[in-house]
Design a protein around this ligand. Structure first.
Ligand code: B12
Ligand code: SF4
Length: 539
């Protein structure tokens, strides 16, 4: 065969096998997610060459069943990959059904179908929603799935196993390069369109503001009873190299600068400091490379005892730390296997962060077995003694395959054993022991109402008069956004109402900012982050 004939045969083979692949994540129907989902970008980066991959995040680009089916047909999509948490699975199944109805195969992955593969494949009595299911971490199985789909031989189940059939957790040492510098991120700009032009002229440029998910490691060995992470990612902890994380941050930082905008990173690791020595070394490398961007990470309270760690967090650009406090009652914590949380040290941990201008997002769960009526007030009373942060309140939720689910099922306490079939936000699926379901709902409502009322927001912000203005603006904006988790504020008018309700505190900060800008203010305002490279006045 001549060289041209070989090339043409290869081209024909490639054309036959190349596909347009759509990766889709359904919206949660309640809030507009502030950040895209990492799995989509990761699988896109891991797709073998020769295929085109398009991404649709339903949170940023809402679509119904007909809309998705039309998109798939009109764009000649040959394979659709859908990922979803339990909370979005009912919508995910409806969308999958619509895609399959137009004859295009669907592969599903993520934490829910990993535990409930039979449900997705129609093997548990219900209808089939997926042609194939990817169990667990799909980094290594995805290329195989794509090849099989292109060749028309999709299997039902893809399991990450080694040559001996043993479950295999991908190493993160050879992490793929996610081309953040080229990816179209238009749908994830959090700056409202009408304000983008004006804000792009502000110091440092605020025409775009995006929160980007970055992982530096996977796994958490703690095994809290309600959590799927230890079961899903295993208790084997794996990390990327410091260099690959630092390079990713540098790429994101350069993109934001080139666009006259801002980027913040959400380190989605379940417990960013699970290996303190390694976290410190990563943070030192970030500082040395001048790769600081604003970032948020999840870290359990026990790991924040280390002063040097907290110093490094602040110096490396850390702005917010999400802490799963869950309860102020040690008995509750023991019940859910989270006895390593010590409520007695919460105040000191939060003060340690606040001293370095790092905020805490403190997450609480109501409806635990030792909770009684009044738990919200008792928790709020405690919270009021801490430096103001961002408290959030949820209900104990039995997610499939967790030890909690199994315990409640065995005790006959599940009231909605398949609660994900009809997702209802802030609604329990089992009966708590010492109060009724309705009482637990009322406690959560109480927690949110009293923490996010205009007066509570005013009090939180003004109690920080001694802090730099940027710090207070940051707290205000974050509070207004977090409020939307419980009190949906989707759309322009809802936002205008929120702004109107909180006009007193907004006016106060604007006045102070204006005075400062004219050079007559009294507050000097230390930089928000000790890093000289991260912009000092954030919103
Ligand atoms: C970041 C995050 C969020 C973000 C939102 C998601 C986002 N924009 O990224 C925020 C902070 C908003 C959030 C909120 C919530 N979250 Co969350 N979150 C996470 C977290 C920490 C990281 C997700 C991530 O990116 N992981 C890294 C990627 C690479 O892993 P992955 O998504 O699992 O993807 C891999 C595989 O699953 C698979 N895969 C995934 N999808 C697909 C699709 C296809 C087609 C294929 C082939 C493969 C595949 O391949 C990927 C690579 O291996 C996870 C825990 C964790 N470590 O995963 C919890 C987690 C997903 N969250 C969870 C929960 C419960 C929630 C909340 C419901 C909590 C609450 N009570 O309010 C809310 C609901 C949010 C909503 N939108 O409705 C649970 C979900 C469990 C479940 N069964 O659904 C998790 C697992 C944590 C836990 N404690 O158990 N969350
Ligand atoms: S510490 Fe957090 S990630 Fe780890 S098992 Fe507990 S809840 Fe899950």
């Amino acid at each position: 065969m001549t060289w041209e004939r070989v090339a043409s045969a290869q081209r024909a083979e490639k054309e036959k096998l190349s596909m347009k692949i759509l990766l889709y994540n359904p919206d949660n129907g309640v809030t507009r997610n502030f950040m895209p989902h990492l799995w989509m970008f990761l699988l896109q980066a891991l797709t073998p060459p020769g295929h085109e991959v398009v991404l649709i995040d339903g949170n940023a680009q809402p679509m119904d069943e007909a809309g998705l089916a039309n998109f798939v047909r009109a764009n000649g999509v040959g394979l659709v990959g859908i990922g979803a948490m339990t909370r979005m699975i009912a919508k995910a199944y409806r969308m999958a059904d619509a895609v399959r109805a137009v004859g295009v195969p669907v592969v599903m992955g993520g934490p829910h179908v990993t535990e409930m593969a039979d449900e997705a494949l129609g093997r548990s009595g219900g209808p089939r929603h997926a042609d194939a299911v990817a169990l667990g971490e799909a980094d290594e199985t995805w290329p195989r799935i794509v090849a099989d789909a292109a060749a028309g031989r999709l299997k039902d189940i893809y399991t990450p196993v080694d040559d001996f059939g043993q479950e295999r957790k991908p190493s993160l040492q050879q992490y793929p390069l996610i081309p953040w510098d080229k990816i179209d991120l238009k749908q994830f700009n959090l700056v409202p369109k009408m304000m983008a032009a004006m804000l792009s002229k502000l110091a440092g440029g605020w025409g775009t503001f995006r929160i980007i998910p970055v992982e530096s490691g996977r796994g958490c060995p703690y095994g809290c009873e309600f959590c799927t992470v230890t079961g899903f990612f295993g208790d084997s902890i794996r990390f990327r190299t410091n260099k690959s994380v630092v390079d990713e941050l540098l790429m994101l930082k350069a993109r934001a600068k080139a666009e006259g905008g801002q980027i913040a990173v959400f380190f989605i690791d379940d417990n960013f400091a699970i290996n303190i020595k390694r976290t410190k070394s990563l943070l030192r490398d970030i500082i040395a490379a001048n790769a600081q961007v604003y970032w948020v990470a999840q870290i359990s309270a026990n790991l924040l005892r280390d002063e040097e760690l907290v110093d490094l967090i602040a110096a490396a650009g850390g702005q917010w730390v999400f802490i799963g406090m869950e309860s102020i009652d040690p008995l509750n914590l023991k019940d859910v296997n989270k006895g390593f949380n010590k409520p007695g040290e919460y105040a000191a941990v939060l003060q340690r962060l606040a001293d370095r201008n790092v905020f805490a997002i403190t997450s609480f769960i109501f409806g635990m077995d030792n909770d009684t009526v009044g738990v919200a007030e008792r928790t709020l009373k405690e919270i009021r003694t801490w430096p103001p942060g961002l408290p959030i309140f949820g209900l104990l939720t039995p997610l499939p395959a967790t030890p909690l689910y199994k315990r409640l099922a065995a005790a006959g306490r599940l009231t909605r054993p398949e609660h994900w079939r009809e997702f209802i936000p802030f609604e329990m699926a089992h009966t708590p022991l010492k109060m009724s379901i309705a009482e637990a709902h009322a406690e959560v409502k109480d927690g949110w109402s009293r923490s996010y009322s205009p007066q509570a927001i005013y009090d939180a912000v003004t109690s920080l008069e001694y802090k730099p203005l940027a710090y207070r603006i940051n707290i205000l904006i974050a509070r207004l956004c977090f409020r939307g988790i419980y009190f949906p504020s989707m759309g322009k008018f809802a936002w205008l109402r929120v702004v109107a309700q909180n006009r007193r505190v907004i006016a106060k900060l604007v006045k102070e900012g204006f005075a400062k800008w004219r050079g007559v203010g009294t507050k000097t305002g230390a930089p928000l982050s000790p890093s000289t490279s991260a912009p000092s006045e954030s919103a």
